[in-house]
Design a protein around this ligand. Structure first.
Ligand SMILES: [Zn+2]
Length: 400
C-alpha cells in the first residue's frame, strides 16, 4: 500500500498529499500510515515527523522533503544553528535530543489555527494537476496573502491542530471559506514578505542567536526610544497591537495571546530565550513599517517612585504588580519577578529594603507558589535543555 502514496505537488503540504492518496485510492489514513511505517497517533495538519520514512517512498532527500513540503524552515528560522540541526534530526530521523522536541516548535497551530485557501489556486491547480490541494505557503505563520496571486487568503473552518477527530479528508475545493474583511496594509505586506522569505531561505535575517541588544538598537535607530531610557512595556505592546489589528487575515497570535505579554520580553536585553519565529517577524515588520516619530514614543516614563510618600506608592505599586503577575500567569511565556518589578520602576528600591514595602512584599509572597509551579510546568512541557550563550549566562531552552 505504501507505493500508492502520492508525491507532494509543487508547494503542497505533506498532509495534503496524504489526503489525496486516501481520496484517490479510497483508503483510510491509519492503514496508510502503518504501511509507510509512520504511526503518529492522530497526525495534525502540520505533521512533520518521521520524514525519512516518507522520503524513502518518494525517493527524495529527507531534508528536501522537510524544507519543501512542511512549514519547518519558517519555524526554525530564528533558532541557533545547533538547535536547528537537532530539530532537523528529530523531524527527519525521529532522533530525540533532550530538550529539543519537535513539539517545542509546534505553536504553529496557535498562529495558524485554521486551514486557508486561495480560490485562484484552487482553480488553476485543478486545471493543471487535476487536484486542488493545500499549500505550504498559505499556512506559514505571518502569511495572509497568496504568494502566487497576491490575493487575500480565505479562511476555512477546518482546524490545523492534531488530536482525535481532527483529521479531515477534505481538499480545498469542497470546503466553505470566508474572506477576511481588512485590506492588506504596509505592515501586512512586509510581514508576508518576511514570512515567505524565511521559508524559502531568501530573506537572511539574523538567524543564529540574535545579538544581545538587537531589537533595543533597532528601536533606537528607528527613533522609537531614546538611548538613555528603558522601553515602556505597555506602549510597546500597544505599538505592536496597533499593527496586528490591521492585518488582512485573522491573527491567531492575537487570539491566543491578546495581552501580547511577550513583546516587552523580546525587546529587552535578554539573550538565550528562543522566541517563536512569528514573533520576530512581527517585531521586524513593525519596525519596517513605522514612520520615524518626532519624539520617542516608547520611552519609559519616570514613575516618580522617589520623593513621594512611600506608603501610598507601596500600595499603588502593589496593586499594579498584582495585576501584572496575574496576567503573566495566564500566558505561557516565562517571566521573572525582577523583570516585572523593573517595569514598574520599583525593583532596586524594593530589593534593598523590602521591609519598607509591606504591600509589595505581600503580593510577592501571595504569588510565590504559583510562579514556582508555573516555572516547573513550563520547563517540563517544552524542553529542559540548558545552554550557555555567548555571554556565559545559562537559560532554559524553549520557544516562547
Ligand atoms: Zn493563489
Amino acid at each position: 500500500m505504501r507505493y500508492l502514496l502520492q508525491r507532494p505537488l509543487p508547494d503542497e503540504i505533506l498532509t495534503s498529499a496524504l489526503v489525496r492518496t486516501c481520496v484517490q485510492f479510497d483508503v483510510a489514513i491509519k492503514p496508510l500510515l502503518n504501511a509507510i511505517g509512520v504511526n503518529p497517533g492522530s497526525p495534525g495538519f502540520f505533521h512533520m515527523s518521521k520524514i525519512a520514512a516518507y522520503a524513502q517512498v518518494f525517493r527524495m532527500d529527507p531534508t528536501d522533503l522537510l524544507n519543501q513540503a512542511t512549514v519547518f524552515p519558517s519555524l526554525v528560522a530564528f533558532q541557533p544553528g545547533d538547535r536547528r540541526m537537532a530539530f532537523e534530526m528529530a523531524a527527519t530521523q525521529g532522533i530525540a535530543i533532550p530538550g529539543v522536541q519537535l513539539s517545542a516548535l509546534q505553536s504553529t497551530t496557535a498562529f495558524v489555527p485554521y486551514r486557508r485557501l486561495c480560490s485562484k489556486c484552487v482553480r488553476t491547480d485543478k486545471a493543471r494537476y487535476g487536484w486542488a490541494y493545500w499549500h505550504v505557503s498559505h499556512h506559514l505563520p505571518g502569511v495572509t496573502l497568496c504568494a502566487r496571486h497576491g490575493t487575500r487568503l480565505r479562511e476555512t473552518t477546518l482546524t490545523t491542530s492534531s488530536g482525535r477527530g481532527r483529521w479531515s479528508y477534505q481538499l480545498p475545493e469542497v470546503v466553505d471559506s470566508t474572506l477576511p474583511a481588512a485590506r492588506p496594509g504596509r505592515f501586512d505586506l512586509e510581514l508576508n514578505r518576511l514570512a515567505l522569505g524565511i521559508q524559502a531561505g531568501e530573506v537572511q535575517l539574523a538567524s543564529d542567536a540574535l545579538p544581545l541588544r538587537f531589537y533595543r538598537c533597532a528601536l533606537e535607530r528607528a527613533g522609537l526610544v531614546a538611548e538613555d531610557r528603558q522601553v515602556n512595556a505597555s506602549a510597546a505592546r500597544a505599538w505592536v497591537a496597533g499593527h496586528l489589528q490591521g492585518l488582512a487575515g485573522s491573527s491567531g497570535l492575537l487570539r491566543c495571546d491578546p495581552s501580547l505579554a511577550w513583546v516587552d520580553l523580546i525587546l529587552r536585553d535578554r539573550p538565550g530565550v528562543p522566541f517563536a519565529a512569528c514573533k520576530h517577524l512581527i517585531i521586524q515588520a513593525a519596525l519596517a513599517s513605522t514612520e520615524r516619530p518626532a519624539a520617542a514614543t516608547l520611552n519609559h516614563k519616570s514613575t516618580g517612585f522617589r520623593g513621594r510618600p512611600l506608603g501610598d506608592l507601596d500600595v499603588v505599586k502593589a496593586a499594579e504588580l498584582d495585576a501584572r503577575i496575574r496576567m503573566r500567569l495566564k500566558s505561557p511565556a516565562r517571566f521573572t519577578l525582577q523583570e516585572e518589578m523593573e517595569a514598574l520602576g520599583v525593583w532596586s528600591a524594593f530589593r534593598h529594603s523590602r521591609h519598607k514595602y509591606p504591600a509589595l512584599s505581600k503580593v510577592v509572597a501571595r504569588h510565590r507558589a504559583a510562579m514556582q509551579r508555573r516555572k516547573t510546568r513550563v520547563i517540563g512541557v517544552s524542553g529542559t535543555g540548558r545552554r550557555t550563550d555567548s555571554s556565559g549566562a545559562t537559560d532554559e531552552q524553549h520557544v516562547t
